[in-house]
Design a binder for this molecule. Structure first.
Ligand SMILES: CC(=O)[C@@H](O)[C@H](O)COP(=O)(O)O
Ligand SMILES: NCC(=O)COP(=O)(O)O
Length: 246
């Protein structure tokens, strides 16, 4: 079974938040993604709400429940008390824990499982008791997968940022793929399922899927939104020209 695609709506939310206007409508872009065949939706609400807002979660949960009951809702974030209460209120199917500092522009590293196992274990236990699938954002590194498993988590999500940044260097891309492959093998060897995400694109996704054939899910936002703009721009300009009478 190929990896499932979860569309990350953070970049759409970022555009919406430039103005005090309701477009682009994050919920409708979620609908368009699921109508097009995506298997799920991802959001990564941060404390400053610069991307997804807390108020986006209820309508996204309702969209899936009412219109796409087989799709999955994945919520990512740093597990402080506010985040844990947010996911408990909105019941995503999967919670992905990310070691984000609120000041980070975007996620740029995974957990250090050896050092942070004791911090993560009670949090994972609380989420598992609440019925959530739990995934832990992980470095593309085989070290620490036994400790990740010992937290009680179901999956790791391999951070593919370093792989994504090799878009102009095929040799380095191969080395990053080898690291991701070794990390995925180590995770699977201790019984963890494997997700992947960050800076994935149409160009780099095929090699990742070929090299890591057992991936459960990829979550993609930035590159997918960039392509949506590129492939929708010409038709949209034509719509505006028509509206202006040309
Ligand atoms: C964990 C991860 O890699 C994504 O959630 C990512 O953080 C989304 O990126 P932005 O929120 O910066 O679009
Ligand atoms: N978990 C990674 C994710 O959701 C998407 O990241 P990106 O494609 O926006 O870099």
């Amino acid at each position: 079974m190929p990896a499932k695609l979860s569309v990350n709506l953070n970049a759409v939310a970022l555009l919406r938040n430039r103005r005090d206007l309701p477009w682009p409508d994050v919920i409708h872009f979620g609908r368009i993604s699921l109508q097009a065949g995506a298997h799920g939706l991802t959001v990564h609400p941060r404390p400053d709400e610069r991307h997804t807002r807390r108020s986006d979660l209820a309508p996204l949960r309702a969209l899936i429940d009412d219109e796409f009951p087989h799709a999955e809702f994945n919520v990512e974030g740093y597990p402080d008390e506010a985040f844990l209460q947010l996911v408990e209120e909105h019941q995503p199917d999967q919670v992905t824990l990310v070691p984000d500092d609120p000041a980070q522009p975007t996620s740029d590293h995974g957990w250090s499982f050896v050092e942070q196992q004791a911090f993560l274990t009670p949090i994972v236990k609380r989420l598992k008791k609440g019925g959530f699938r739990v995934s832990l954002f992980a470095e593309p590194d085989p070290a620490g997968m036994a400790e990740a498993k010992a937290t009680g988590a179901d999956r790791v999500e391999l951070f593919t940022g370093p792989y994504g940044s090799t878009y102009d260097d095929p040799e380095q891309a191969k080395r990053e793929l080898e690291k991701l492959g070794a990390a995925a093998d180590a995770a699977r060897a201790v019984g963890l399922e494997v997700n992947a995400g960050h800076d994935l694109t149409v160009a780099n996704l095929p090699a990742l899927i070929e090299y890591l054939p057992h991936l459960s899910e990829v979550s993609i936002g930035h590159g997918l939104t960039a392509d949506a703009l590129e492939y929708g721009m010409a038709g949209t300009v034509q719509r505006f020209l028509k509206a202006a009478g040309w």
